[in-house]
Design a protein around this ligand. Structure first.
Ligand code: HEM
Length: 413
């Protein structure tokens, strides 16, 4: 056992080392890591997202206001430590998702919980969604033969200005909740329990604003973002566009998972603010005020490009028209978006450093994300945005029951 593994086992409470060491220090019977000792309160229950299921939460569940995206490197040395890591993330995610009261420890040892949410951890619509990247399938864990067949490193698309410090990571931890303190508490809890086995490579926080005055939240360009999405609440649609299903050549363990794309896209806010409203709307293809497609009335109206073949209403180069031309042949390339805004303060030149955490899920990286991104290469909006980081991940299938854990099928075959 190397040092990292021992530290990780101590913190996760998984090994005898951790339990014995803690008992020796604190001398109290409950000196192992916290478990929920009290059922979630009634209020929490209404805000608690179901943890178990065929698919992970945090994909089709409604996107709450706050999020963080943390790309982690796995520093655990072998596949048994990787399995312990995945079990630990599962048990922490299970507890945090339901909410509850962390177990109290003796005053002589560090508390089991950071306390940032007070003595009771609220459910607060928290979801923890775990994905793996292609690097997890290198020679460290003997998993090469189990890689989802479309999972590769994110390639650089034309107009990308990728920065190494914002790329990569073996795992993607997407944590979403009603408030940012719940998100940060969960991140800190999972970090504390997996220290020694993971290292954060990059991380970015996201937020959604309330719909103003109604509709869906807006991005930093002032436009409603997240209006048009495939109806993944319908099983047939979800099985065609969102989930990996049997019969597509993917490994059996991957069924129920989904390819997860995170792209960090900075916006050139200062230049955008110099553009006329007319041009802004032509670039997007919707009215800024109410989100309706150009030439239509409501944000829920569906554009009919067959009736507008020359782009008199929605220009041919508009973002929404290129992203989804709404033809029979482009239908299979539709993606399911679940994006967040980010704000990283100001850069060294004093410019606003903000943009979009473009976040989408799909059944097939190439047929869907790659095809959509390729159609967007020459869009007008490209002058005002700059993708600088992110990655391609595979969101694992869900946890089926109390004995199951995230990635069990992947690690155990
Ligand atoms: C900073 C970058 C981006 C901004 C500001 C942006 C903004 C928008 C806006 C305002 C809409 C219309 C509202 C809606 O339907 O949600 C939209 C739609 C859409 N965007 Fe983006 N987007 C960005 C990047 C991307 C990327 C990278 C992709 C995919 C590669 C993409 C794919 C789509 C799709 C598929 C739609 C729906 C089109 C439809 O079905 O009508 N967007 N985006």
């Amino acid at each position: 056992m190397n040092i990292d593994r021992r530290r990780f086992l101590q913190r996760s409470g998984l090994g005898a080392v951790g339990t014995f060491a803690a008992l020796a220090r604190g001398g109290v019977a409950d000196a192992v890591e916290p478990v929920a000792t009290k059922a979630a309160t009634e209020r929490d229950a209404t805000l608690a997202v179901a943890f178990e299921g065929v698919h992970q939460a945090g994909i089709v569940t409604p996107a709450p206001r706050a999020a963080t995206f943390a790309a982690l490197d796995v520093t655990a040395g072998d596949s048994s430590t990787l399995a312990e890591l995945l079990k630990t993330i599962t048990s922490r995610a299970r507890f945090l998702t339901a909410g509850g009261t962390p177990r109290r420890r003796g005053a002589q040892i560090p508390p089991s919980d950071s306390g940032t949410l007070g003595p009771h951890v609220p459910a607060d619509a928290l979801t923890v969604t775990l994905g793996v990247s292609s690097t997890l399938f290198d020679d460290r864990f003997g998993l090469a033969a189990r890689r989802p067949i479309r999972l590769t490193a994110m390639r650089a698309f034309p107009n990308d200005a990728l920065l190494p410090q914002w790329l990569g990571g073996d795992l993607m931890l997407q944590i979403c909740a009603g408030t940012s303190d719940t998100v940060l508490h969960a991140l800190r809890d999972i970090s504390m329990h997996t220290r020694g086995a993971t290292q954060v490579r990059w991380r970015i926080d996201g937020f959604l604003s309330p719909p103003r005055p109604s509709g869906v939240p807006r991005n930093h360009l002032g436009f409603m973002d997240g209006i048009a999405n495939p109806a993944v609440d319908k099983a047939k649609v979800a099985d065609q566009l969102l989930w990996v299903v049997k019969g597509h050549g993917e490994p059996d363990w991957a069924v129920g998972g989904s390819y997860h794309v995170v792209r960090l896209i900075r916006m050139d806010i200062e230049s955008w603010d110099e553009v006329s409203l007319y041009k802004q709307q032509a670039m997007i293809g919707r009215y800024r005020a109410n989100g309706a497609p150009l030439g239509m009335d409501r944000y829920t109206d569906v554009p009919d490009y067959k009736k507008d073949p020359h782009g008199h209403e929605v220009p041919l180069g508009a973002h929404i028209r290129l992203a989804n031309p709404r033809t029979q042949s482009t239908e299979p390339s539709r993606i399911y978006r679940r994006g967040y805004n980010y704000d990283l303060g100001t850069d060294v030149d004093g410019n606003l450093n903000m943009g979009l955490i473009f976040n989408c899920f799909q059944q097939d990286l190439i047929r869907q994300f790659d095809a959509t991104q390729t159609r967007l290469v020459h869009e007008g909006l490209a002058q005002f945005i700059s993708p600088f980081g992110g990655g391609f991940f595979f969101a694992l299938p869900g946890v089926r029951n109390a004995q199951d854990w995230l990635g069990r099928g992947l690690v155990q075959g």
